[in-house]
Structures are given as C-alpha cells and as structure tokens.
Design a protein around this ligand. Structure first.
Ligand code: PAF
Length: 282
C-alpha cells in the first residue's frame, strides 16, 4: 500500500491506473478505523480495481464545542489495518494541504432541505463541512465510486444529494452498519464511553428495534411512539437529542408510508451516539 500526503502525490499515484482504464473506489474516513471501515474497504475492493482510503479529521464539520481536539488520531494503527485489508492507496493529507487558506475558505457546499432537521438542527454547519470536504476529496481523487456507512444515514443522504445536484461522476454507495454482538453500531466515538456507559449503549439499538416491532405490529402514532422511546432512553441514562420516525427519503412519515427509517441521536455522558433502523412495511 502506498501512502500519499499531498494532492499532487495521490493524483500522480492514480494516473497510470486511470490511463489503463482501471476503476477507482474511494473510502473517505476520519481514521481511528474499526471493523465498519474495514468492511467499506473490503466491499470497495470487490467492486473496483483500485481502492483509495482517505484519513483526514476535517475541522470544518466540528462545531466550536465539539470533540475535534480529542477526536482519536491513530494513523499508524490505521495504516496497518488498511494494508491488511488490501487497500491500494492511503491518502492522509494535513490541514494545510486540504485548507491552504485556513478553515474559513471562501467556497463551501451547502445542501438545503435535508440538512434542516435531525443532526442538521443540533449541529449547525456540520453538513456544510461534510459536503465541502467530501467534494474536495472527490475532486482530488476523482473516483468512479465512493463508499460510506449507513450508520450516518443523514450524511449519506446529503452526499447523494450534492453529488447529484453538482453532477459529480461518482457512484455513491451505502454499506450496511456493522454492529457489535450486543447491537451497538461501531463508531470511533464508542472509545470515549466508560465501561458503565458501554454496557448501557446497546439500549439505543434495542429501543429502535422495539419501535420497529411496534410499527410492524400496526401502531402508527409516530409522535407518541417516539415520545415513549425518548422517555425510555432517558430512564436508561441517555440524554436524547432526537428520535424520529421518517420516510427513507427523510420526509415526515405519514400513516400510509411503507419505506421508513427511525433515527436517533443521544448523549451518554459526554459522548454523542447516533443510530438508525430502516425497514419496509408490507
Ligand atoms: O463519516 C466520516 O467519517 C466523515 O464525516 C467523512 C465522510 C469522512 C467526511 O469528513
């Protein structure tokens, strides 16, 4: 596996492959890789000739009181995992390479509509930071396809939307969430949980699963179901931020809708966790 830290370096490394007509898949990450990321890399490897994984902890998607400074940076362990997963190129730029004029660059990518809800409400500016950095990464690497985890459901919807609106020639592929045996969605932020909090954390997915069972059993008062689920999470020790039943396109769900997703964000101590469960009614 080659490691490149500059835009010109990664472009040069891909030139021969591109000339030879090889397909290129990209896996954008912020590092501190876990089995979920490695599944993305392995899926990419099955679908394309060359896999580029980027590691860049993007400051523009963190709010001022968020965990940018303490976000885990584990480049050498990540690099070993990627090599083992047969990743071809690791692109690990620094801040100056990605934002030569500082984080307040004049141009940003803003997606309206689907960012005005859920995580977009509680993390103002977050999705603009994500859309801007992913656009930059797409322009740097120019992949044929890019893979993202479905755990970040709204992020994936935002990336699909701007890629289509701005005509990026990139196929955006969502890959199923990888979970621990007890159901907790794998996330780099799980490492912030104390051992007590880690024991409680699977309640998040259990709550989503119970809600799904209730809806499949015929209950349709989504506001009431969400309020009861919030109360349950609060009793378990979470501070819920939102829990909503929506259509899979993130519009508000009505009684007749069949393709649904339940989305949740909640804090456990100082750690913010998100999860979701998408399903179809018959
Ligand atoms: O999901 C992430 O790790 C990040 O939001 C992404 C897509 C790599 C952009 O920084």
């Amino acid at each position: 596996m080659k490691t490149e830290t500059t835009i010109s370096g990664v472009r040069a490394a891909l030139r021969a492959a591109r000339k030879a007509g090889k397909s290129i898949a990209m896996v954008p990450t912020m590092g501190n890789l876990h089995a979920g990321h490695i599944t993305l890399v392995k899926t990419a490897k099955r679908r394309a000739d060359i896999v580029v994984t980027s590691i860049f902890v993007n400051p523009t998607q963190f709010g001022i009181n968020e965990d940018f400074d303490k976000y885990p940076r584990t480049l050498s362990a990540d690099s070993a995992l990627l090599a083992e997963a047969s990743c071809d190129i690791l692109f690990a730029p620094d801040m100056r390479e990605m934002y030569p004029d500082g984080r307040q660059q004049n141009t940003s990518v803003n997606v309206s509509g689907i960012t005005d809800m859920l995580c977009g409400t509680s993390r103002p500016g977050h999705f603009s930071g994500v859309a801007t950095v992913v656009s930059k990464l797409f322009n740097i690497v120019q992949p044929d396809m890019a893979l993202f985890g479905e755990k970040d459901y709204q992020q994936l919807a935002v990336i699909r939307r701007f890629s289509r609106d701005l005509c990026f020639p990139v196929e955006v592929i969502g890959v199923a969430t990888v979970r621990a045996e007890d159901g907790l969605a794998l996330s780099s932020r799980n490492g912030f949980l104390s051992s007590e909090e880690r024991k409680l954390a699977p309640q998040l997915f259990k709550t989503l699963s119970s809600l799904r069972t209730a809806i499949e059993g015929g209950q349709r008062d989504y506001a009431m179901l969400a309020a009861a689920a919030n109360t349950h999470l609060a009793k378990c020790g979470f501070v819920p931020e939102y829990l909503e039943v929506r259509r899979q396109d993130l519009e508000l769900a009505g009684h007749g809708d069949k393709a649904l997703v339940i989305l949740v964000a909640a804090r456990l101590g100082s750690t913010r966790l998100i999860d979701n469960l998408a399903f179809e009614l018959p």
